[in-house]
Write a protein that binds this ligand. Structure first.
Ligand code: U5P
Length: 212
């Protein structure tokens, strides 16, 4: 787990703004802040990828450069995951993309819920670096379902998860469900979950704040 809210960086400003009840009302700023967090975490993640030596021809000569040799697939959950996806894609612009829909269904109208998957589109994952994104890692049930749905699409070389805010139980569940060498890149981890599966203090509902 790579967590970033305990170090001094501009990332803390973005995290603070998406949590703040006054600032988060501005949906455009909220989405852009999530994108910016995606950009920062994508940059951090990029330091762990494989690179190959290349040559770039400038108008005045030749310069050695190191370019990423991994093939990336970014997979996000509709709809809350879209701004985070966009932020990460703006750095890994050559990546393939996978989308999955998942929502919480409360069969008995109480706090219990199951996660329903209705839409799913993904390329082959064989030997690729899979980057799963979920802005809020609350109970971890969504990511468990996403991992399940992806199983029939091949075996990735490596799995990374990028998330904005997580809960301690959610992080523990990811550790249990995912292969041991999975990396989790997360801006902040909060202590608690409510009985309805909301992160406390968290920020509220990321999908509603982004898309009303
Ligand atoms: N979610 C929130 N805020 C929370 C908890 C969950 O918006 O405090 C939504 C997000 O859309 C997130 C999904 O992607 O639920 C993950 O929940 P879970 O499956 O990890 O419990």
């Amino acid at each position: 787990i790579h967590q970033f809210d305990q170090t001094n960086s501009i990332l803390n400003t973005f995290i603070s703004e998406i949590r703040d009840v006054k600032i988060q009302k501005d949906a455009m700023r909220f989405r852009r802040n999530i994108e910016r967090i995606g950009e920062v975490l994508a940059y951090e993640l990029s330091k762990t990828l494989d690179y190959g030596e290349n040559e770039v021809k400038t108008p005045l000569g030749i310069k050695k450069s190191f370019l990423c040799s991994d093939n990336l697939v970014l997979c996000s959950v509709l709809r809350a995951g879209l701004p985070l996806h966009q932020g990460i894609l703006s750095y890994f612009d050559g990546a393939e993309n996978a989308f999955i829909s998942a929502y919480r269904h409360h069969p008995n109208n109480d706090d219990d819920f199951e996660v329903i998957v209705k839409y799913f589109a993904a390329p082959s994952l064989d030997d690729k670096v899979l980057v799963l994104t979920d802005p809020m890692l609350a109970t971890g049930k969504t990511l468990e379902n996403v991992l399940d749905a992806l199983k029939s699409h091949g075996t990735p070389k490596q799995i990374h998860i990028i998330s904005v805010i997580g809960s301690k139980p959610g992080v523990a569940k990811v550790k249990q469900d995912f292969p041991e060498d999975t990396h989790l890149w997360i801006a902040a981890v909060d202590e608690e979950l409510t009985s309805k599966g909301y992160i406390v203090p968290g920020l509220g509902d990321a999908g509603d704040l982004s898309y009303g």
